[in-house]
Design a protein around this ligand. Structure first.
Ligand SMILES: Cc1ncc(COP(=O)(O)O)c(C=O)c1O
Length: 360
């Protein structure tokens, strides 16, 4: 060990990102590998966004605007929310980490339904907090159990809706009910990374902001807007919380290219929404095809599909990888597959039916 590494970090497992297509191509000696493991868009950014990134290249000798002011203003105009209630981060994961920096001391509790987004337990461990998990019920949330698990030590509650990896969501009424059931010094984080793919019937959690200062909503440009590689997300919350979050953001972490891309993405958001519609059509097709083959799976409100393959999960994922399809296995639970282009979906479903048929 070099120096006195914090015990919380020493005991942490290293983060293992999904394999890249090139890595699997090299490992397996095959070509045309597709990565359906990180819920990315299958398509490059829309042309107007690519143009904006190209134009911004010549300015990267300078730091970007630390507060990303133009993005806050553009988001405010788009969403009809005061710019003082908006902050921007290095991906929505960056904002989630900032929330830990603002709220979590060693020994605090961080509460979330589980399985859910893997960074919640990772950040909890990193900050020496105790991750408290509430099991999903039938792939959905048991919000009464979440409220009942709150203790004096609970600082943050994370609700991913739609949830990763199950694709299930919570209605605004459900979130409002939880907020009413818990002490108002516990902060509820509604992680809407997949909001653009969600069932509109679930409602907009932002409508709860006016009456709940302990609510924060995080969103991202990584998924629906196809900007995962540029790391940009935003949060909606009370101005007093924006002030704290802005103190702990790594300076200049929303880089120049990301800022240019996000501004263009907001301006041309209709183009991104056409792609979202195309992915939802593909998602419907895949779910129907899986059900027609006898697989039972929850409805997905995200850009991925969760197939409960229980004990066969790891083996199916390995076999699919050998034929060039990278998915995200949750061993013993199920397989999460990102919805891709029509061709990609045909390919993964063919491989899945072949291998899952043998293993389930
Ligand atoms: C539920 C959830 N929240 C947040 C994120 C993070 O997205 P980003 O940091 O790219 O904005 C992801 C990414 O997979 C996710 O699944």
């Amino acid at each position: 060990m070099i120096g006195r590494v914090r015990p919380a970090v020493l005991n942490m497992a290293s983060y293992t990102p999904g394999k890249a297509a090139g890595q699997v191509e090299a490992e397996q000696g095959i070509r045309e590998v597709i990565k359906l493991a990180s819920n990315e868009s299958p398509w490059p950014p829309v042309p107007a966004v690519q143009d904006a990134i190209e134009r911004a290249i010549s300015g990267v000798n300078r730091y970007g605007d630390n507060r990303a002011t133009d993005i806050r203003v553009a988001l405010s105009e788009w969403l009809g929310i005061n710019a003082h209630s908006i902050t921007v981060g290095c991906g929505s994961s960056g904002l989630l980490q900032q929330l830990f920096m603002v709220y979590v001391d060693p020994g605090d509790e961080v509460l979330f339904p589980y399985p859910s987004f893997e960074v919640y337990p990772i950040f909890s461990t990193q900050f020496g907090a105790r991750p408290v998990t509430v099991p999903l019920v039938g792939h959905g949330f048991d919000l009464d159990a979440v409220a009942a698990a709150v203790t004096d030590r609970t600082k943050l509650i994370f609700l991913a809706t739609p949830n990763n990896p199950t694709g299930t969501s919570i209605s605004v009424e459900g979130i409002g009910g939880l907020l009413d059931a818990i002490p108002n010094d516990v902060v509820v984080v509604v992680d809407e990374a997949y909001r653009e793919f969600n069932d509109p019937e679930m409602g907009d959690p932002a409508t709860l902001l006016a009456n709940h200062e302990n609510l924060i909503i995080t969103r991202t440009f990584s998924k629906a807007f196809g900007l995962a590689g540029l790391r940009s997300g935003y949060a909606l919350c009370a101005p007093a919380l924006v002030e704290q979050l802005d103190k702990v953001r790594l300076p200049f972490s929303i880089n120049n290219l990301a800022q240019a891309a996000v501004l263009a993405a907001i301006e041309h958001r209709e183009d991104a929404m056409e792609r979202v519609d195309a992915l939802i059509t593909e998602r419907t097709r895949c779910v129907a095809a899986l059900r027609a083959k006898g697989f039972s799976l929850p409805d997905s409100n995200a850009n991925f599909i969760f197939i409960p393959t229980s004990d066969a999960t790891s083996e199916i994922a390995e076999q699919m990888e050998q034929v060039g399809i990278i998915t995200r296995p949750f061993p013993g639970f199920g397989l999460r597959v990102t919805v891709g282009s029509a061709e990609e979906n045909d390919r993964w479903m063919t491989a899945f039916f072949e291998h899952a048929g043998r293993n389930t």
